[in-house]
Design a binder for this molecule. Structure first.
Ligand code: SF4
Length: 346
C-alpha cells in the first residue's frame, strides 16, 4: 500500500495499526503531506462541520506542586512570579467572557491544592448561575471523589493530557509522577461522564516517531472527546532550556492523523502552534482542527502563566482577541460556532 492508499484507508476506516500510523508520520514528499492534510480537512468538514468553536481560557493560578521537566510552571522554577485569582475574580472573568460570546469556559491552573474540590464546585456553580456556558476543567490529577464533586457541581468537560503515551518516556518527563495514575485519572473522568480531553506534546526531548504513533493509538483507545496536540517549546528556566522545539510539520501531521483516527473529536489549533509559526493556527485549522482557545485573562496576568516563552497574544485584551480570532476563522471561509461545541460522536 503506498502513502496515498494508506491515507485513504485511514480516511475510510479510522483504524490504523501503530506501524501504519508511523508510516503516515513520515511522508516521502510534499504531495503526500498535502494529501494527508486535505483528507483530514475533508473528514473534519464531514464529521464536525465548518464551525470553529471558541473556548475562553482562564488561567486562574500559576502555582504548581509538580515538576514536569518541560514546563515553566514547574515548582523548581523559583524565578516565576506566581499568582492566584480569588473565586470572585474567576467568576467575574468568566462572566465577561460569556458577554463576549464565549459558550465554553476553560478553567486552567497548575496543580494547585489551594483550590479544593469544594472551592472549585463553588466557582463552577457561581459561573453557571450567571452565564450560559459549558465548563471545562484543566487542573490536573485529583481523586475520584474530587472529580465527582466537581462534576456534580456542573463541570462538563475535563482536559488532562497524558503528554506521552510511552511509560518509560513518561517517567523521564515527570520525575515525581506515575503513568498509571495518569491513566487511572482519565478512566475516572470517563466513568463520571465528563467529556474527556487528552493529548501530547510534539517534539519532547527523547521522543521518537514510535512514541508519537503510540500517542495517537492511546487517544484512540481512550476514545477521547477532545485531543490536544501542540509543539514542545523550550523554557529557559527548565532542564530542557537548550533543547530544540517541536516542528510545525510534525505537529500538523499529528493533528491530521488524529482527525483521521478520531473523526468526531474536538481538536484545537493550539496557541503553541501559533507561537512557533505565524500561520500555525490557520494551518492546523486546515489540517483537521476545529477549536481555538483564546485567552480571556486580563493582560496583566498573561505573562505570568508562562508554561513556555514567547506565547502569542500576551498583551491583548480579551475583546481584541475575540475579534482577531474571528477574523482568522472568517479568512478561512469558516464560521465561529454559536453553540457549546459539545462532542457530536455519540
Ligand atoms: S505541566 Fe502542568 S502539572 Fe506539570 S509542571 Fe506544568 S502546570 Fe504543573
Amino acid at each position: 500500500m503506498d502513502y496515498f492508499e494508506l491515507v485513504d484507508k485511514a480516511y475510510k476506516e479510522h483504524n490504523l495499526a501503530k506501524g501504519e500510523v508511523m508510516r503516515l508520520l513520515e511522508p516521502k514528499g510534499v504531495e503526500e503531506e498535502a494529501y494527508l492534510f486535505k483528507k483530514a480537512d475533508q473528514l473534519r468538514h464531514e464529521c464536525v462541520g465548518d464551525c470553529v468553536h471558541l473556548r475562553g481560557l482562564i488561567e486562574f493560578s500559576s502555582h504548581c506542586r509538580r515538576n514536569c521537566k518541560y514546563c515553566g510552571l514547574r515548582r523548581d522554577n523559583v524565578s516565576l512570579e506566581r499568582y492566584r485569582l480569588s473565586p470572585e475574580d474567576i467568576v467575574k472573568i468568566a462572566h465577561n467572557a460569556a458577554l463576549l460570546g464565549y459558550k465554553t469556559i476553560v478553567l486552567q491552573s497548575g496543580e494547585d491544592e489551594f483550590y479544593t474540590a469544594d472551592v472549585m464546585a463553588y466557582i463552577i456553580k457561581e459561573i453557571k448561575k450567571i452565564a450560559d456556558v459549558a465548563i471545562t476543567l484543566c487542573i490536573g490529577e485529583r481523586s475520584y471523589e474530587e472529580y465527582k464533586i466537581m462534576k456534580e457541581a456542573g463541570a462538563d468537560r475535563y482536559l488532562l493530557k497524558f503528554e506521552t503515551a510511552n511509560p518509560g518516556h513518561y517517567r523521564e518527563m515527570h520525575p515525581d509522577m506515575s503513568y498509571k495514575d495518569r491513566i487511572d485519572c482519565l478512566m475516572a473522568l470517563k466513568d463520571l461522564g465528563y467529556e474527556v480531553g487528552s493529548g501530547d506534546i510534539v517534539g519532547l526531548p527523547g521522543q521518537t516517531v514510535e512514541h508519537l504513533a503510540e500517542d495517537i493509538m492511546l487517544l484512540k483507545e481512550l476514545d477521547v472527546e477532545m485531543a490536544g496536540i501542540g509543539p514542545f517549546i523550550p523554557h529557559h528556566s527548565t532542564p530542557f532550556r537548550d533543547e530544540a522545539r517541536g516542528t510545525l510539520e510534525m505537529t500538523l501531521r499529528m493533528v491530521a492523523i488524529t482527525r483521521l483516527m478520531l473523526p468526531y473529536a474536538n481538536i484545537p489549533a493550539t496557541t503553541a502552534v501559533g507561537t512557533i509559526h505565524p500561520q500555525g493556527r490557520q494551518k492546523a485549522l486546515m489540517a483537521g482542527a476545529n477549536v481555538v482557545m483564546p485567552n480571556v485573562m486580563p493582560p496583566e496576568y498573561r505573562p505570568r502563566y508562562e508554561i513556555y516563552p514567547s506565547k502569542i497574544c500576551i498583551g491583548e485584551k480579551p475583546s481584541h482577541c475575540r475579534l482577531c480570532i474571528e477574523g482568522i476563522i472568517r479568512s478561512l471561509g469558516r464560521e465561529v460556532g454559536q453553540d457549546y461545541g459539545s462532542y457530536r460522536g455519540r
